[in-house]
Design a protein around this ligand. Structure first.
Ligand SMILES: Cc1cc2nc3c(=O)[nH]c(=O)nc-3n(C[C@H](O)[C@H](O)[C@H](O)COP(=O)(O)OP(=O)(O)OC[C@H]3O[C@@H](n4cnc5c(N)ncnc54)[C@H](O)[C@@H]3O)c2cc1C
Length: 291
């Protein structure tokens, strides 16, 4: 029986796996791809320990290799369903079914893409999905923030101190929050430029822009949460100080629990979740069955 199955081999999942292993508990890790950094073409420049910029895919691969070197099994598979049967978690994946006493969800968040011409070709060349990661490169420049709700407002707060030339594009949606910046509600027709983004074209005109930050809807990948009845708020899984959800034995860490969506924070969450899982398993061992 697996004491722990970790869903996700990104920074949160692998960090938790390493700390669990060091505490004498061998987890099974299941991940389907490189997560948030999957298609990111720009290097990561703000993570500790690299004297030169490092590609996200390299970071993720290195984490997986590190876990394997410590004797942790990392499966490449997608978890489709998690159910709770007789105090055990049953995970159905594409390839198999596995069971565990505890589960850590470290499945990250899916940022929504913008369905307009130019999005794919300029992603990473002036179009960003992460204000905290890339905002620094647009100091004093003309920035478009695309979105209309709370997620847009939160990304805006990361950018507002970097430049006073910010325009909100709601892409045809009504603005749902208060902002102190010009707002253009007209639908976006395309994003264009040369080797980098130079303009955003809406149905009403062309706007010269140096960078576009996409923050549509709420970033979420918490499909499991709704299936299992896990409590969530504003698109984040709710956890206690030990990173346990409202379902005993089910933990969550990293982007999925919200806060700063950064590698450093995901690694920290993973470490604390490992502590929480270790304490929970120890308590279960001592407690009479049914507790
Ligand atoms: C474009 C972009 C650029 C970024 N740049 C930076 C940066 O420069 N610096 C920085 O600090 N942060 C950056 N970030 C944020 C950073 O990538 C995340 O904060 C971090 O990766 C979160 O780690 P995580 O482990 O919570 O989730 P993720 O890294 O997203 O990992 C999620 C894991 O869950 C797995 N998974 C999801 N669903 C399933 C499933 N059903 N079955 C199995 N596995 C599943 C995925 O395969 C993946 O292994 C960036 C994010 C984006 C989108």
């Amino acid at each position: 029986m697996n004491p722990v199955i970790i869903v996700g081999h990104g920074p949160a999942g692998i960090s938790a796996a390493i700390y669990l292993k060091r505490a004498g508990i061998t987890p099974l890790v299941i991940g389907k791809d490189a997560g948030a950094l999957k298609d990111y073409q720009d290097p990561v420049e703000n993570y500790y320990g690299f004297s030169s910029p490092v590609m996200g895919s390299f970071l993720i691969d290195s984490g997986v290799q590190q876990a394997k070197r410590l004797g942790i099994k990392v499966m490449h598979d997608a978890v489709l369903k998690i159910t709770l049967k007789n105090d055990l978690f049953v995970l159905d994946t594409l390839q198999t079914q596995v069971q565990a006493k505890t589960v850590l969800l470290a499945t990250g968040k899916t940022r929504k893409a913008l369905d307009v011409s130019g999005f794919s070709s300029f992603k990473g060349k002036g179009i960003s999905l992460c204000a905290m990661c890339d905002g620094y490169f647009y100091r004093g420049k003309r920035i478009a923030v695309v979105g209309s709700g709370r997620y847009m407002q939160s990304e805006l707060s990361e950018l507002a101190h970097l430049t006073d030339q910010i325009t909100i594009f709601t892409d045809g949606k009504p603005l749902e929050v208060d902002v102190n910046h010009p707002v253009i509600e007209s639908p976006i027709v395309r994003i264009g430029g040369d080797d980098r983004v130079r303009f955003v074209e809406t149905q009403e005109g062309v706007h010269q822009i140096d960078g576009v930050f996409v923050a549509i809807g709420a970033p979420s990948s918490i499909a499991f949460a709704s299936l299992l009845g896990i409590a969530t708020s504003n698109g984040n899984v709710d956890v206690d100080e030990h990173f346990m959800t409202n379902i005993p034995g089910l933990f969550a860490a990293g982007d999925i629990v919200g806060g700063k969506l950064q590698i450093a924070k995901a690694v920290y969450d993973g470490m604390l979740a490992a502590d929480g899982i270790r304490a929970y398993l120890k308590h279960k061992e001592k407690a009479p069955s049914g507790d």
